[in-house]
Every structure is written in C-alpha cells, then in structure tokens.
Design a protein around this ligand. Structure first.
Ligand code: 5GP
Length: 207
C-alpha cells in the first residue's frame, strides 16, 4: 500500500446570511490553524471604518473589477446586496494544488458557481458549509449590533437573508450558529474529518 504524503488541499466554501457569524468563524479558524489560508476577495463595496485594503478585501472600482473579470482572474463573481464580489483564482488554485487548505467566505450564488465548476481539481477539493443563524431575531440583533449598515442596507441584507437561507440544503454541512466557541468546535471537526478523507490522502493499493 502506498500513501501519497502530499494530500490534496481542501477548498472550503463557507456561506450564510450577513450577520450569521461566518466571517468571524473563518477568521477564528484561520488564526488557530495558519496552515489553512483565508482567501481575500475583491469587492466594489465601499470600505468600512476599520477595514484594511488587501486584508479584509481588495477594494476595487467597478471598472477595475470588470477589467479583472475580462482578464479571467476570477474563479467566480456575483452581485451581492448591490455590489460586486469575486474570488481571485490566484488566492485559491495554486494553494489547493500544493496541498494547502483554503477557506472562502462567499454568498450562495458564488458557492453555486464553484460547486458546478467542471474543473476536476476544483471538484476534488471542494466542500461547503452553511452557517445558519439560530433565529430571525438573533440574526437581526447580530446584524444590527455590528453597526456597519445604513437603515436601507440593513433592510436589504435582512431581505436577502431569506433567499440565502432557502439554499442551505445544497450544502454538505450546516452549522446552526450558537456561541463562538460552539461554532468553532463544529467547524474544526468538519475540517479535521475532511482532512482524513481517503481520496485526499491518495492512498492506493499497489499490486
Ligand atoms: P460584506 O459586505 O458583509 O463583507 O459581504 C457581503 C456578502 O458578500 C457576504 O455574504 C459574503 O459572504 C459575500 N462575499 C464576500 N466575498 C465574496 C466573493 O468573493 N464572492 C461572492 N460571490 N460573495 C462574496
């Protein structure tokens, strides 16, 4: 029997409505497990107070964003809450091919595009997790508590949350969000289990 020492990297897509806690969860996991990288997306959304260009997102004008789409730089992109968001191929493909795990925090449209991507390397690496708010009231409280959204944007995000939640069954895993520690514990067990999937380890029977 022979095991390939370099296992295949996991491309882990995490979705959930705004305020579900998915970004905090991805960052918390990335902090404790730096061998897993967290891909920085591009967006045309205005930068928020406290955000850093190149760390939270690559903040681009609509023109710059569309130029990157034309160049074929993005693995997926979608319009979310009125702004464009997209995943750079350069933050995912090579890493996964080199056995590194990559987390991407994207909306349900982007997840669907990658899930249906017919590249065998993407298919072999792909897993997805939906982070579900425990209740509508809690989602409202979390989104409001962030204090990042205008009244209009808040209403739009709450409305879009229903459409996102309707997609949860398309995901392989779902985490019903509780405390930060509970969410992180569930997240860890998913990733640790996926790392041991036989197909990733490339174990083969030699005759
Ligand atoms: P926010 O503006 O709150 O940072 O993000 C809004 C939404 O955009 C979230 O649901 C987030 O997951 C999603 N998002 C962030 N980056 C990407 C991306 O690269 N592609 C797609 N499709 N959605 C993204």
């Amino acid at each position: 029997m022979e095991a390939n020492p370099q296992r295949r990297g996991i491309l882990c897509v995490v979705s959930g409505p705004s305020g579900s806690g998915k970004t905090t969860l991805c960052r918390a996991f990335n902090d404790e497990d730096p061998s897993c990288s967290y891909a920085i997306s591009c967006t045309t959304r205005p930068i928020r107070e406290g955000e850093v260009n190149g760390k939270d997102y690559h903040f681009l004008s609509e023109e710059e964003f569309l130029a990157r789409v034309d160049k074929g730089d993005l693995l997926e992109h979608a319009r979310v809450h009125g702004n464009l968001y997209g995943t750079l191929k350069s933050s995912v493909i090579e890493q996964v091919e080199n056995g590194q795990d990559v987390l991407i925090d994207i909306d349900v449209q982007g997840a669907s595009l990658i899930r249906n991507n017919d590249d065998p390397a993407i298919q072999a690496s792909y897993i997805d997790i939906f982070v579900m708010p425990p209740s509508q009231e809690e989602l409202q409280a979390r989104l409001g508590g962030r204090g990042t959204e205008s009244e209009q944007n808040f209403a739009l995000r709450m409305e879009n949350a229903q459409e996102e939640i309707a997609q949860w069954e398309k995901y392989a895993y779902a985490i019903v969000s509780g405390s930060r520690e509970e969410d992180l514990q569930k997240f860890r067990s998913i990733i640790h289990g996926e790392r041991n999937r036989a197909s990733r380890l490339g174990i083969s029977q030699k005759k």
